[in-house]
Design a protein. Sequence first.
Length: 468
Amino acid sequence: MLKKLFQSFRSPLRRTQHKRSTPEVLNSSQHSLQRAQFSRYAVNIVERLQNAGYQAYLVGGCVRDMLLNITPKDFDVATSATPEQVRAEFRNARIIGRRFKLVHIHFGREIIEVATFRANHPQNDEEEDTNQSSRNESGRILRDNVYGTLEEDAQRRDFTINALYYDPVSERILDYANGVHDIRNNLLRLIGDPAQRYQEDPVRMLRAVRFAAKLNFGIEKHTAAPIRDLAPMLREIPSARLFEEVLKLFLSGYAADTFEMLVDLQLFDPLFPASAEALEHNPTYTHTLISEALINTDLRIKQNKPVTPAFLFAALLWPALPKRVMRLQDRGMPAIPAMQEAAHELIAEQCQRIAIPKRFTMPIREIWDMQERLPRRSGKRADLLLDNPRFRAGYDFLLLRESAGEQTDGLGEWWTDYQDANDSQRREMIKELSSKGEATGDGPKKRRRSSGSKRKRSAGDASSASGE
Ligand code: ATP
Ligand code: MG
């Protein structure tokens, strides 16, 4: 094969050039961006790198979002300078990452990420001289640490709209992949052959959904076409990476739409297999419960209220619990231990796919345990529960279950009233409960005595959680 050596001006490495496309250049009168809209720190970094003789641009999400009048989350810079060369220019710069180095330049609380231009790993050739292939047998890229030219950097990016380079000095946009056209047409399109790009990195399927939901873009038909077939490839992705991606999917304010798209494109199954099964067997209840949780999450994010991943995972997994509880009960395990064992099993199983850290799995279980305790209100129990640090999450979760159609005999409303009531009203409410012979929390003994009466439902009661 004919190999042509290419070395850009002060480019970090010599390497073989495969593709050489010329970008479409949009000058300041052909686009809406203005230098002043961007972080002055990021602009300053670009200027200093250019003055030192390197190529440097603002790139990725910030250019895309600015063109769409969305406030960018952060500002990324791409440059021909190596991390070491970048660090030499800035006192406040730190190199991070071992496998692939990036530079973080700190300005108070703002961090600008500076990445050296990277190239895609070659498909097949050039690998004979190394024992370690950069791809596995299904084409997934295992190493992604080859510096490249600006053109190569554009080609290895995922979507056309993410491959726009803005030079704040000349105020020009370089567009290597018709990204501006796709932005104008609200289209998400992968650069290159879609199936191959997903095989290289299956997480791009999740990114397609994330951007489509966030930007309200359509997924271009060739970009969407391979997803259903390739969705199972997500099972190969390390569970820690998937945890990060899933948080981005569900905590960026568009979770409800994201969920619909994940289900439609069959991406939900490889992420949450047990919940996907519940969705199949009990579609209305499962779908309502998860959607309601996600709609609430989106609302809280829009209102700048805190959201906890634990609540989100508690909701996503809850519909998968009843089947496991029932199986254990069928084997003779009493309701409460069966519920606890089922919770343990389900979380352990889920963590094989998505590595939910301990700091979240504990509160998931506490939110679920709270569902057992909220019906038991006799004596001092109600007041003790109110003081429990998980009360609020447990109570919100109870309301969520009710909104999905679970029958709880007005438990949510009771707790709403109880919180609003004064001391004497509270005493009265507890008294009324025992006079009505409600489940006041005297545990299994009391239940056995009243076995002739209407059966109380609780989270450990599988029929309750399934909404059946
Ligand atoms: P946002 O930060 O708003 O979620 P973003 O586009 O900045 O969106 P990042 O995950 O921060 O997304 O990635 C920065 C850029 O790196 C992207 O715009 C894209 O060009 C490139 N990129 C990120 N992940 C991949 C990937 N898996 N494959 C190819 N390119 C990627
Ligand atoms: Mg970004």
